[in-house]
Design a protein around this ligand. Structure first.
Ligand code: SAM
Ligand code: SF4
Length: 474
């Protein structure tokens, strides 16, 4: 399968169960929930909010399905495949439910919002359906479902940011954490279901964001990623002082918590990222030099159909501006192959912008028509699947070349690496990232004193397409 991992849609984490291994008998919880998350980082972040709400209401998390009284799937609708994965997973719960009739199954998130009560008709074993803005009503909905009534709340809100809810971070590495700064999206890209499933854009109180990041720092975390569908349009006004804050102000505020707290953010929209943001990034060493700048298509004509309000030239100029202000800044992109009416020349235009931008990595997808979106209503999904597939392969091949070239350039350089844990392949190696978000693997020393959360200076001597390989410098 060529559809590749996404920083926001991390395929290796799809369906990850959240919580402790086995139930701790001394935890005080008499009932337990099991939750799996699908989709983008926002969805994983929401599961942490759901966990917090459930904990407060007497439910403990378990990673063991057999111990659960409640099973939740926090779902994604971005591509058809994401929904198919969830439906398949639901069928696997049938047996568990047969052996435990009181067990309740809930669907949360984007798929719940998109399908609403239709989901109850289609998936008979589902008892609870809850949209992304209705998690506070979960305890009441569970109560309702316990009486045998199917429970649904898919109301979207213009205000809900869950600002006062402190997420429970049970699956964390203790080093890096995600902090939601806004919800929803107003952009209406024609291919995208998000504005329909997550509602209108709203920004969270800067003070609660700053407090959450401070708490993370004080709890030993060393990196926060500020999350939103379009972080550059962050805008919050303090009702008391009438002072307004944009994303550049927020970034600066979080960067000032401590110079050793790394700050990342995702996702930027090319139309909204400002010079102010770039200058703040440049001024603070702890703001990571990495921007995820989704391209979607390199053809101005296709971009217009996608309702992305920039041209290929404008996008290139934005990339050039980022490199001018921060020559060491890494850039990645999302690219969609085979959007409606895409011709060979449009596809070549995409490859051309990729080459110009020299992306360090990209997340590449085949266009998947989503019901209800502007594209589904207005255009025909007319590029044959084999053509989409072949174009995706060409995009992936080019990106592989660009990633390898980018990594080769780093050979011989020294980077500050934040250690996240053991390397996947060997406990004798550390794995961490540099500011540019590149994974660096290096051997531990005998009598190692370093630990996850420490910074280390690493000299890169070799690389693969995905990883830099180095050695520690004392
Ligand atoms: N808000 C972010 C942005 O604008 O870049 C990302 C949102 S979305 C969760 C992540 C990526 O999924 C998008 O950038 C796009 O490339 C891809 N995507 C969204 N809808 C899609 C669709 N219908 N088919 C294929 N890919 C899609
Ligand atoms: Fe979807 Fe576009 Fe909003 Fe991203 S900016 S979530 S692609 S509508």
């Amino acid at each position: 399968m060529l559809e590749t991992d996404n920083k926001t849609i991390d395929e290796t984490r799809q369906g990850e169960a959240f919580g402790e291994g086995l139930v701790d008998e001394n935890s005080g919880y008499t009932k337990h929930f099991y939750i799996e998350s699908y989709g983008c980082q926002m969805s994983f972040s929401d599961s942490e909010i759901v966990a917090s709400i459930l904990n407060t209401n007497g439910y403990g998390a378990t990673r063991n399905l057999e111990e659960a009284d409640l099973i939740f799937l926090n779902t994604c609708s971005i591509r058809e495949k994401a929904e198919q994965t969830v439906r398949k997973r639901l069928t696997e719960f049938k047996k568990v439910k047969q052996s435990k009739p009181d067990l309740l199954v809930g669907v949360l998130g984007c798929m719940a919002e998109r399908l609403k009560s239709k989901l109850l008709e289609q998936e008979k074993l589902v008892d609870i359906v809850v949209g992304p803005d209705a998690y506070r009503s979960l305890p009441a909905l569970i109560g309702e479902a316990e009486t045998g009534t199917k429970a649904v709340n898919v109301l979207l809100s213009r205000e809900e940011t869950y600002a006062d809810i402190s997420p429970v971070r049970l699956n964390s590495n203790g080093v890096t954490a995600f902090v939601s700064i806004m919800r929803g999206c107003n952009n209406m890209c024609s291919f995208c279901v998000v504005p329909f499933t997550r509602g209108r854009e709203r920004s969270r109180d800067i003070n609660s964001i700053s407090q959450e990041c401070t708490d993370l720092w004080e709890g030993g975390y060393k990196e926060v990623t500020l999350l939103g569908q379009n972080v550059d349009s962050y805008y919050w006004v303090d009702a008391e002082t009438e002072v307004s804050y944009n994303f550049a102000n927020l970034l600066e505020r979080v960067a000032q918590i401590n110079p050793k707290l790394r700050v990342r953010f995702s996702t930027s929209h090319p139309k909204d990222i400002t010079d102010d943001v770039l200058h703040v990034m440049k001024s603070y060493d702890n703001i990571c030099k990495y921007i995820h700048l989704p391209l979607q298509s390199g053809s101005t004509r296709v971009l217009q159909l996608m309702n992305r309000p920039y041209t290929r030239e404008w996008y290139k100029a934005k990339v050039a501006r980022i490199k001018e202000i921060m020559p060491d800044c890494a850039i990645s992109a999302d690219v969609i192959a085979g959007f409606c009416t895409e011709e060979e020349q449009d596809h070549l235009d995409t490859l051309d912008v990729m080459r110009f931008s020299a992306y360090d990595f990209s997340y590449m997808f085949i266009y998947s028509e989503r019901p209800g979106t502007l594209a589904a209503k207005r255009y025909t999904d007319d590029v044959p699947h084999e053509v989409k597939q072949r174009r995706l392969e060409e995009i992936v091949t080019l990106q592989n070349e660009l990633s390898l070239a980018s990594n080769k350039k780093d050979v011989g350089s020294v980077f500050e690496v934040l250690i996240e844990g053991n390397s996947k392949r060997s406990d004798a190696h550390w794995m961490g990232r540099n500011s540019q978000n590149k994974v660096i693997v290096f051997p531990k020393r005998t009598n190692e004193t370093l630990k996850p959360g420490d910074y280390a200076m690493v000299n890169v001597h070799d690389c693969t397409q995905a990883t830099l390989l180095g050695t520690l410098i004392d």
